[in-house]
Design a protein around this ligand. Structure first.
Ligand SMILES: [Fe+2]
Length: 393
């Protein structure tokens, strides 16, 4: 076996009603004042947030809440950190989609640093994070980015000269992840589809990654099987199916663990520069590109003769069987099934094209020049990356 490293993971509470574990967890850790980062309009419009705050008060915990809208930008993180200076909470709790969890993760870390979060972003700033942070609890309300299991927070400044970069440190992995599928039932179908396809992309890219290990492989297989058995159910048939929501929540959590330890591929190599230049939700970028990117990778792997290439192709075939729930009988047939299944999801779930967000051919050229294949199994040129995106313009 080759050597590998596996980062720490959060303590995981998964299951319907597990939101109720939060006050107990905080009380055990003697937290009396917390910062609650939310973003979900559905959470705020329902009485769930009010009930949670009441429940917290019942445990002697005062919650101050702040709403994050959209993907976190430096101004939001810096402003919130500034407001907290001098009277820090005992813990930060984020309830929402991946962006909200990233916002909470960044705030929990940046209250321990001086200066702007921009100074600490990879490839943007020149300072190195110390890794100190407040205790941080992540409660995802969508099954997507897997941010509840990762060590980075993505911070964006969209538009010309914009960026989408990570604040990253081993110690930024959330201390606790609470995945309560009841929080996800009000997630709208289009968000469920895009975020679910993000999780599936992460599992798939981590599975075929050149940095995969036997441990990430085992987790990716479990995640792909779970997503295959629940994604269509929650995205198309019945979003109120709590059991299927739990299965997708589990798959998304694993996608975070897998990506943190095995890396990602070309879809995510495109997603960062794309998200920096155009205001497209991350899940939509991944969802709209995953079928075509997988088709192109497989086309190249079919002619590759190295051991690594054969292994990646066999893993794609296995992913086809796991996601579809049955073995098509041959490696070739399982690969075809994988591409067909992904393409059908993109089509039937009406995942938007890039052009719907004002992306032009020139824009694609700029994105292609700044993209890479990360840990993907196939080296692709900027022209080949451009062609993948052009199919979904
Ligand atoms: Fe992603």
């Amino acid at each position: 076996m080759t050597s590998f490293t596996f980062a720490r993971t959060p303590t995981l509470y998964l299951g319907a009603g597990r939101l109720g574990s939060l006050p107990d967890f905080l009380a055990v850790h003697r937290a009396t004042r917390i910062l609650l980062v939310t973003g979900s309009r559905s959470l705020r419009s329902s009485d769930r947030l009010e009930r949670l705050e009441r429940d917290l008060r019942g445990h002697g915990i005062a919650a101050r809440s702040v709403a994050a809208s959209g993907e976190p930008d430096p101004a939001f993180v810096d402003g919130t950190v500034q407001d907290l200076r001098g009277h820090l909470p005992d813990a930060v709790v984020a309830i929402g989609g991946g962006s909200v969890i990233d916002a909470g993760k960044a705030i929990a870390a940046m209250v321990m640093e001086e200066g702007s979060v921009t100074d600490y972003l990879e490839e943007v700033g020149s300072r190195t994070p110390s890794g100190k942070k407040l205790p941080f609890v992540a409660l995802p309300t969508t099954a997507g980015t897997g941010s509840e299991a990762t060590k980075n927070a993505v911070i964006s400044r969209p538009g010309p000269g914009g960026f989408k970069k990570s604040l990253r440190h081993e110690s930024y992995v959330p201390d606790v992840a609470i995945i309560d599928p009841e929080l996800a039932v009000s997630c709208p179908p289009e968000v469920t589809a895009a975020s679910g396809l993000d999780a599936i992309t992460q599992l798939l890219e981590g599975f075929v990654s050149s940095s995969a290990s036997p441990l990430t492989d085992a987790l990716a297989r479990s995640g792909l099987r779970s997503a295959g058995g629940s994604f269509e159910r929650v995205a198309r048939e019945d979003g109120s199916d709590v059991g299927a929501r739990a299965q997708m929540g589990y798959a998304a959590f694993l996608s975070g663990v897998v990506l943190a330890n095995a890396g990602l591929g070309v879809v995510h190599g495109i997603a960062s520069p794309m998200g920096g230049l155009f205001p497209i939700p991350h899940g939509v970028v991944c969802g709209t590109l995953v079928a075509e990117a997988t088709r192109v990778n497989l086309e190249r792997l079919a002619t590759g003769g190295s051991e690594e290439e054969r292994c990646a192709r066999a893993k794609y075939a296995e992913a086809g069987a796991l996601l579809s729930g049955s073995d098509a009988g041959s490696l070739e047939a399982n690969c075809e099934r994988l591409v067909a299944l992904l393409a059908r999801w993109v089509e039937e779930l009406r995942v938007p094209r890039l052009g719907a967000f004002g992306v032009s051919e020139q824009g694609l050229r700029e994105v292609a020049a700044a993209s890479g294949v990360k840990n993907g199994p196939v080296r692709l040129s900027p022209d080949e990356i451009y062609a993948i995106m052009a199919k979904r313009l």
